[in-house]
Design a protein around this ligand. Structure first.
Ligand code: NAP
Length: 279
């Protein structure tokens, strides 16, 4: 019953040699950034913003989202850890008072590398424009630019429903406590590779009918959103937003890439959920 789950791996002390710091930018986070920088360089770790083994996010969960999007091209080589300078976070779980402990752990402690699933988003266009591929750590939302979103939702290439409403939200397990929760989605343990689809204010009548409940898709299923009329969409990827025209379809699934967190001490997910939402 107590075997180590496969999403956790043991990593020996001394594996982290190069680090970078992502900072929220407020004065307190900046002061903390300087302290961490000085303490780690004193221990002969090298500051390397291009090829870090470890990215330390100082701020909130939003800061870790920024860090993730800065380093999406080297997820296999980089682990993340978050220090929060506001309220307790889901990604940022070390406090500002614990910076010395964190530094000691980075420098000299065996740790667990914990891998969590990401969302894969592929946009295919009507014209010759090449398809574009993105990753999200929390979620991707799809909205129409000009009017209500009207689209067919396909699961594994088969039509599932006709959607008409404000939009659709596809979230990762770690994103399930973010916007997804505000849409009454379920909270999913991050060890479950899955994508959750929640509706944003759907309109139901005899023509457009949706299931109304959040859907949780396993790793081997994918979901497509196909426009019925308007082909311009606003996509949010975590904190980023972009407009896409002439869209033929958008495909969502569990990404083959994963994010790795450096876990220096146990941090049960359900305890974090309780602390964040129940108190
Ligand atoms: P923001 O509007 O400045 O902050 C959104 C809030 O969501 C912050 O309190 C942030 O925590 C928190 N958050 C981020 N990821 C989370 C997670 N995985 N679990 C629980 N809470 C989380 O936006 P932002 O900081 O740039 O972050 C963008 C994210 O905001 C989006 O990915 C989306 O999930 C979330 N959002 C939520 C709602 C909603 O719940 N109604 C609406 C819009 C956007 P910190 O304060 O620690 O940074």
């Amino acid at each position: 019953m107590n075997e180590k789950p496969i999403y956790k791996k043991d990593v020996p002390a001394g594996s982290l040699k190069k680090f970078a710091i992502e900072n929220r930018g407020d004065s307190f986070s900046d002061t903390l950034r300087k302290q961490i920088f000085e303490k780690l360089t004193t221990h002969k770790l090298v500051y390397d913003e291009i090829h870090p083994d470890l990215v330390i996010s100082v701020g909130g969960d939003g800061t870790l989202l920024q860090a993730f999007h800065r380093y999406t091209d080297r997820l296999n080589e980089t682990a993340f850890v978050g220090v929060h300078t506001g309220h307790l976070g889901f990604y940022a779980d070390w406090t500002s008072e614990e910076v010395d402990d964190l530094v000691q752990s980075i420098v000299g402690k065996d740790f667990n590398s914990v891998e969590y699933p990401l969302l894969s988003v592929s946009i295919h266009y009507m014209n010759v424009q090449p398809s574009r591929h993105f990753l999200a750590l929390n979620e991707c939302t799809v909205r129409s630019v000009n009017e209500l979103l009207v689209a067919d939702v396909m699961i594994k290439d088969e039509k599932f429903e006709s959607f008409r409403g404000d939009g659709l939200c596809f979230s990762t397990p770690t994103g399930s406590t973010a916007y997804n929760k505000g849409l009454s989605g379920a909270i999913i343990h991050p060890s479950l590779p899955s994508v959750q689809l929640t509706e944003i204010a759907s309109i139901n009548n005899r023509v457009y009918r949706t299931v109304g409940s959040p859907l949780i898709l396993p790793e081997h299923h994918h979901c497509q959103v196909i426009p019925v009329a308007d082909r311009s969409f606003t996509l949010s990827l975590d904190h980023l937003s972009s407009i896409h025209d002439n869209v033929r379809q958008i495909e969502f699934g569990v990404a083959k890439e994963k994010i790795r967190f450096a876990r220096f001490r146990p941090l049960p997910f359900w305890r974090r959920v309780r602390d964040a939402f129940i108190g």
